[in-house]
Design a protein around this ligand. Structure first.
Ligand SMILES: [Zn+2]
Length: 252
C-alpha cells in the first residue's frame, strides 16, 4: 500500500466532493500509479492542472507516486510567481483557437462574435474532438469531464457555467482574453473572416440583388464572409448583437 497526502488548490476544488475541498487529504492506494492517474481518480481532469509539487519539487504528469509523498496540485493560473518550476501548460496562446464540444453551440457562436477562431460541428464524437484539438493545437472546451481526461487533450478547459452568456464571460476571464476580443470580424455561421465590401466596386452589382430592397434604400456599408459568402450589414440584428458584445465586454 502507498500512503500519500494530497491537496488541490483554488478552482480545482470545484471538481471534488464537498468533504474533500480545501484541505489536505490522506489517501491510500495499491500498485504503481502515475500522478496523472492519481489526480484524475479524484475527478479532476489533467487539462485543468498547471503545476504539481511533490514534496516541494515540481513534477510532470508521468511522475510515479511514491509512498509518503506530499502532493500539491494547482490550476492553470496567470499571476502566481512560481519561478523556475515545471509549468505543465505551454504559455498562453496570443492567438487562441478553440474546438468546442457538440453541446456548446451557443458558446461557439458567442466566441465567434467576439472574433475568436472556433471549430464547431454539431456531430463529433469524443475521439474526433480530442484529435482535432491535438492536431491543430486548439483549446478544447467541454462540460464533459471524461473527455477532458483523455491523454491526447493537452489544452482544454472544463466549462463550469451552463448559461451561454456566463460561459463566454468565464472563458474570457479564465484565459484572460478580454484584450484579444475583435468583435464582428468573423462569421458566426462558418467561422471565416469577414471583409468590407466595396459598394462602388465592379463586383457589387451582382451581389446587390441578394440584398433586400428595404435595406438597399438606406444602407451603404456591407461586409461579406470570405467562407460562406453571407452578406452582413448594420441593421436591427446588428444593434442586438452590439448590445450583446457590450454586455460580454463589460462582464455583466
Ligand atoms: Zn460565413
Amino acid at each position: 500500500m502507498y500512503r500519500v497526502a494530497i491537496r488541490f488548490y483554488e478552482e480545482l476544488n470545484d471538481f471534488l466532493r464537498p468533504s474533500h475541498r480545501k484541505r489536505e487529504l490522506d489517501f491510500e492506494f495499491g500498485g504503481r500509479r502515475s500522478v496523472k492517474d492519481l489526480i484524475e481518480s479524484f475527478g479532476v481532469p489533467h487539462v485543468e492542472v498547471d503545476l504539481i509539487l511533490v514534496n516541494g519539487r515540481s513534477v510532470d504528469f508521468s511522475y510515479i507516486v511514491a509512498d509518503g509523498d506530499r502532493l500539491s496540485v494547482y490550476p492553470v493560473f496567470e499571476s502566481l510567481d512560481i519561478g523556475s518550476v515545471t509549468r505543465l501548460r505551454p504559455s498562453p496562446l496570443r492567438d487562441p483557437r478553440f474546438v468546442l464540444d457538440v453541446h456548446l453551440q451557443k458558446l461557439a457562436r458567442r466566441l465567434r462574435l467576439m472574433g475568436f477562431d472556433v471549430d464547431y460541428l454539431p456531430d463529433r464524437d469524443d475521439a474526433a474532438l480530442a484529435e482535432t484539438a491535438d492536431r491543430e493545437g486548439r483549446i478544447l472546451l467541454s462540460r464533459d469531464r471524461q473527455l477532458m481526461m483523455r491523454k491526447r487533450v493537452a489544452r482544454g478547459l472544463y466549462v463550469r457555467n451552463t448559461d451561454p452568456d456566463r460561459q463566454v464571460a468565464e472563458i474570457l476571464d479564465r484565459l484572460q482574453l478580454r484584450g484579444l476580443c475583435r468583435p464582428f470580424t468573423r462569421c458566426i455561421e462558418c467561422n471565416q473572416t469577414i471583409e468590407e465590401l466595396d459598394a462602388a466596386g465592379p463586383d457589387f452589382a451582382a451581389l446587390e440583388k441578394t440584398i433586400p430592397p428595404g435595406v438597399r434604400s438606406w444602407c451603404r456599408e456591407y461586409y461579406r464572409c470570405l467562407g460562406c459568402g453571407r452578406i452582413y450589414w448594420k441593421g436591427s440584428h446588428y444593434e442586438k448583437l452590439k448590445k450583446r458584445v457590450e454586455m460580454i465586454l463589460d462582464g455583466r
